[in-house]
Design a protein around this ligand. Sequence first.
Ligand code: BES
Ligand code: MN
Ligand code: ZN
Length: 497
Amino acid sequence: MKIHVEQGSIQASSADTIIVNLFSDVTTPGGATGTIDQALGGAISDLIAGGDLKGKVGEVAVLYPQGAIDARRVLVVGLGERDGFDLEGVRLAASAAIKRARALNASYVATIVHGAGIGGLDVQSAAQATAEGSLLSLYRYDAQKHNDDEQQEIETITIVEYDQSKIADIEQGIGTAEAVHAGVTLARNLVNMPPNVATPSRMAAEAKAFAKQLDLDVTIGGRNWARRRKMGAFLAVAKGAGEKPKFIVLEHNRDQEELDTIVLVGKGITFDTGGISIKPSANMGLMKSDMGGAAAVLGTMKAIAMLDLPLHVVGITPCTENMPDAFAYRPADVITASNGKTIEIISTDAEGRMILADALVYARRFEPAAVIDLATLTGACVVAMGAGMAAGLFSNDDRLRDQLFAAGKATRERIWPLPLWDDYRKAIDSDVADMKNSGGRMGGVATSAIFLKEFTDYNWAHLDIAGMAFSDKEKNYLPRGATGFGVRLLVEFLRRW
Ligand code: BES
Ligand code: MN
Ligand code: ZN
């Protein structure tokens, strides 16, 4: 799939499918939609007048020019109400239109930038959103399933713009969207892969591959590497694992001392059985998505390397399975993490915070301006927020929290602040160690965050993305299965830093 910009009038395009748009209050279309309307002898105005086309969000009307212009078909996509129209509206329109185009077996599509004309949005952002909404919607996981009826894919998308002065901005927006798309696609693929394929070794191999391509520094730590660094918490979870654990560290702009350092940490449990505190078998397969945090961090590292952001960014993803085994760690074990703190194991199913503990301690060495971790950490977060609604956001720094919140608002990857009150600390007091690894059912999302806080001494934010990484329903530009949640949010946050 290629996407690029071209200067010209859209009715002259040689694409087989043309996409224009319509706000719900328009009776006589103007701009590019008006030009097409005129070329088709008022066919679009006719649909509007007859009530066949209302311009509602996601609505798509298909017209057949039959030689009036070169294109075989014209899609008019609704933008909804002009009032409150934003970049999410652009992404939704692009998504609805491109999905219809693909269903109609289009191969060469021309579209205008949604929202940059009468929508009044900034051209570069609108172009980025148009490209992102399109590209993210066309994702298909290349599953290991034999398919007889080969589905056709769109080959080229051309964004057509008449005004020469906007071309450079559109090009910029497309470039950003392509990097974001590459990152989100990597994250989605890793999460969609079955757990016997997306092993810690495979995650390391994928990280190495794009690190080489994009000139990132990479360190892959195995069991012995982690032992030398006294990562008892990470190793405790890995003890029962048949697959070799991998502690992955990626660095962008490592040698640029003058740049601010941001560290991203992602939970990489490639399969969470619960360990000895084993989970019920129903839906256990969903726990292949328990490396969604790591996948988001790897995807973000790929995207920001492609964009060559002027920041020193470190991505840390501790990866291991959580399995029951004769060697597995057990409830009542006491484990020492790499900062010397001791942890009484209450549940081996509270494994995410264990591997994050050592990763957060490791983050310290980079003298970070901020550390952000992403983890499919608690079922309690999903109970609180609802599946697919929002990630929980915890931070010890108000400014960092606000910056992340704003990035989430802009990308529509919703995150919502939850409290990190010291009062929660009591819940993880232990008789035999510095803390317990579970504070029980009540306030389970907050007590997991207060546990992580024990391993931080810098500006830090924690995103609980359980319920966001994987979805059983397709929703606009988010496919069924892995969503790639977090990549767009983090890229936006880092671009704004
Ligand atoms: N990976 C799970 C959390 C999870 C649940 C993610 C549902 C996505 C969807 C995590 O490791 C876990 O098992 N958490 C326990 C913690 C408890 C033992 C303190 C939970 O949420 O029940
Ligand atoms: Mn678990
Ligand atoms: Zn887990």
